[in-house]
Design a protein around this ligand. Structure first.
Ligand SMILES: *Cc1c(COP(=O)(O)O)cnc(C)c1O
Length: 201
């Protein structure tokens, strides 16, 4: 997992499958990159005694306390993935047959953790846009969320070069992430499915 490139990043933010409260981890098998990452994340200090900085560094340490939380969380990882996959199975079975709703797929080559369960809403066939469905669910006190704005649409990145055409835009328009917590009961998952089914009518 997570090792297809020379550098991989993990987020341990509070909303993730496992968390340290915040922060993350870089993994690499390149000793030079590892050394550079350690240098930049620990304030880029060039002298063991004097405060001399050879580059603009950052104070991006994961504290010992956070690391201990992370180690504890690792004991839950297998269990959490199993719960998420069970949530996904329930959503998939429940949503099957609702016209215009595409359940979240799982690639044949991968084991999806289903950290966040995201459906696609076809406005024509479902009769409502993803954002209208979001509002419907919200009225029933069910929180759902769109996907992230594609970076080439983000005001902060406007005008930058990007590759690809309309896939990110259509995913952003049609996608809706449903409640995905490991703490959800089966009854709560069924409530979400029922709410989507009645929103279609
Ligand atoms: C968590 C996450 C991020 C942000 O990671 P942080 O560690 O919170 O900065 C960005 N994109 C996706 C898809 C994520 O799941």
């Amino acid at each position: 997992m997570g090792c297809r490139a020379s550098v991989s990043c993990y987020s341990f933010n509070g909303n993730k499958l496992i968390t340290t409260g915040g922060g993350g981890m870089i993994v690499t098998d390149d000793a030079n990159i590892a050394q550079r990452a350690r240098y930049l994340t620990t304030q880029a200090k060039d002298d063991p005694v004097e405060y001399i900085h050879g580059a603009v560094g950052f104070n991006y340490r994961l504290t010992n306390v956070q690391a201990a939380i992370g180690v504890g969380q690792m004991e839950e990882l297998t269990n959490y993935v199993a719960i998420k996959r069970e949530n996904a199975r329930r959503y998939r079975d429940g949503l099957a047959g609702i016209s215009g709703i595409t359940p979240m797929p799982e690639a044949e080559y991968a084991t999806n953790s289903f950290w966040l369960y995201t459906i696609l809403v076809d406005k024509e066939r479902f009769g409502k846009s993803s954002r209208d469905l979001l509002a419907d669910l919200s009225r029933r006190s069910i929180q759902s969320r769109p996907l992230w704005q594609p970076m080439h649409r983000s005001p902060a990145h406007l005008g930058n070069t990007f590759v690809g055409d309309s896939v990110a835009d259509s995913l952003c328009r049609d996608a809706l992430s449903l409640p995905s917590s490991v703490g959800l009961s089966q009854r709560e998952l069924d409530l979400v499915v029922d709410a989507i089914r009645s929103a279609a009518r």
